[in-house]
Design a protein. Structure first.
Length: 216
């Protein structure tokens, strides 16, 4: 007899005898409500006009996150979404690339320019508790102002989505990618991640990176 069969029998017996049956439970709120309500959920997003997703061997990542060594938090990646806004695409695979031991933004470091450091204009992450919540303890951007060392293929840590070739705005290629990563990628202090692709594309993608900040 399986678990469901036992459940059905116990529920039926309780009903016949006028006793409370097995407790049925369900989530009271949406999946990420509690972490958003507590101000721990953050987003970094491009404008709706989007940005190109650069090739991984380039030195100008666009949508990225750097967890400074003194942040006191782990940035647990919750999700990534992307929607082609305009332009001609080529076939490519996009993913998360990572660099470790990034303790500063300086000449000779993996990062030589990043928003919020060395006089680069900062783009603050959005707290998912819109209108409230604390400021993020990590640095992130979706404005394309990062200057970094080129990645190698081995720096790819998590695949995201695959783009087929599409030409211009007349092509019916409007399927968005909305990926629930759900904490399978966690960024420790001193680590930098960004979204990059196997091939550079001039098409622009409206892209959002979502993460939870968990105290160490």
């Amino acid at each position: 007899m399986g678990l469901l069969d036992k459940f059905d029998l116990s529920f039926g017996k309780a009903y016949r005898e006028g006793k409370p049956g097995p407790l049925l439970t369900a989530d009271a709120h949406a999946r990420y409500y509690e972490m958003a309500k507590n101000g721990r959920l953050f987003m970094q997003t491009t404008t709706p006009l989007g940005l190109a997703i650069p090739i991984y061997t380039g030195t100008a990542p666009r949508v990225g996150l750097w967890n400074p060594p003194d942040s006191g938090v782990v940035a647990s990646i919750v999700g990534v979404s992307a929607q082609r806004a305009s332009g001609t695409t080529v076939e490519f695979a996009a993913g998360i690339f990572a660099a470790f031991g990034v303790h500063s933004v300086a000449t000779g470091s993996f990062l030589t320019a990043f928003p919020g450091a060395i006089n680069v204009a900062k783009t603050n992450p959005i707290n998912a508790l819109l209108g409230g919540g604390e400021q993020s303890k990590v640095l992130s951007t979706a404005s394309g102002t990062i200057t970094a060392t080129a990645w190698a293929a081995g720096d790819h840590v998590y695949p995201l989505f695959h783009s087929y070739a599409a030409i211009g705005t007349s092509t019916a290629d409007g399927t968005p990618w909305d990926l629930d990563i759900a904490g399978k990628v966690n960024v420790l202090p001193g680590t930098f991640i960004a979204i990059a692709a196997s091939v550079a594309s001039v098409a622009l993608y409206a892209t959002t990176l979502v993460w939870e900040e968990v105290p160490l």
